[in-house]
Design a protein around this ligand. Structure first.
Ligand code: GLP
Length: 270
């Protein structure tokens, strides 16, 4: 696992956006060989989306040959519900770039046959050749996508019941009323994420310091599903200084030292 420590949220967002843009540019995607990008929702990636939009506006990056797969979606909210992840993605990112609509994939939380929708989602990811880069955030309980604690580390796209904690935390988008937060969601599985050729997780703020510590220094455990990243061949975590608060001094210094020369090399093209 690599850990890139940036000074603050803005720098973290800029670094992640430049890294993703570089990956897409280097890949030289075509319609026959698109770049496949996994995408999250949440407040964490908003800064990265803003920076990617800016890079696109400057004419340095096109999404014409990018195919996206979102991580998750609530079950039972109308598609146009302001808090559906579909609405979030179009408002915060997809409407502002040149991606063709039919290259965007977001689980349909209103499908008549949800298990069939989950199976079809997995099959579609396979059909395009798998995910090249999965971008993600983490929940306060260490979840990635909606893979709550004790999810199978071998899971695929399926329905998950959200924990009370997650519903309370996400209630900030639902008039602070957790009963308005759907109880279930479609989420890609841990294996779906682990099968991506590269995974990039964003962790920011003091409130996620315990998660970063567990993910980097703790054991691999289904109790903290993001810790599975330790098993990925190309896992990259980008955090801000605040999120490093619970790391050992030695861990912090190790990553600062070892990444000091890589920081710009990862973002050479733009
Ligand atoms: C939700 C999403 C996750 C996201 C998490 C953290 O539960 N399903 O994909 O990582 O929220 O959100 P935030 O970035 O707002 O802390």
């Amino acid at each position: 696992m690599r850990l890139i420590i940036q000074e603050d949220y803005n720098k973290l967002s800029l670094w992640a956006a430049r890294y993703i843009a570089n990956k897409i540019i280097e890949f030289k995607p075509t319609s026959e060989r698109p770049f496949v990008l996994g995408l999250p929702t949440g407040s964490t990636p908003i800064g990265t989306y803003k920076q990617l939009i800016e890079i696109h506006r400057q004419g340095k990056l096109s999404f014409k040959n990018v195919v996206t797969f979102n991580m998750d979606e609530y079950i039972g909210l109308g598609e146009d519900h302001p808090q559906s992840y579909r609405t979030f993605m179009w408002d915060n990112f997809l409407s502002h770039i040149d991606i063709p609509r039919d290259q965007v994939n977001i689980p349909n939380g209103n499908a008549k046959d949800i298990p069939a929708e989950c199976a079809a989602y997995e099959a579609k990811i396979k059909a395009v050749g798998g995910v090249d880069l999965f971008l993600g955030g983490v929940g306060a309980d260490g979840h990635i996508a909606f893979n709550e604690p004790f999810s199978s580390l071998n899971s695929l796209t399926r329905v998950k019941t959200l924990t009370h904690d997650t519903r309370v935390i996400n209630s900030r988008f639902f008039d602070n009323d957790y009963t308005k937060v759907p109880r279930i969601a479609i989420t890609v599985g841990i294996k779906t994420i682990m099968d991506a050729r590269e995974v990039l997780l964003l962790v920011n703020g003091y409130g996620k310091a315990h998660v970063l510590q567990a993910m980097v220094e703790g054991p691999v455990t289904h109790a903290m599903t993001c810790s599975v990243l330790q098993m990925h061949q190309r896992a990259l975590v980008v955090c801000d200084e605040e999120a490093t608060n619970n790391l050992k001094v030695g861990t912090y210094k190790y990553f600062k030292d070892i990444e000091s020369e890589n920081l710009d090399a990862d973002c050479l093209l733009i």
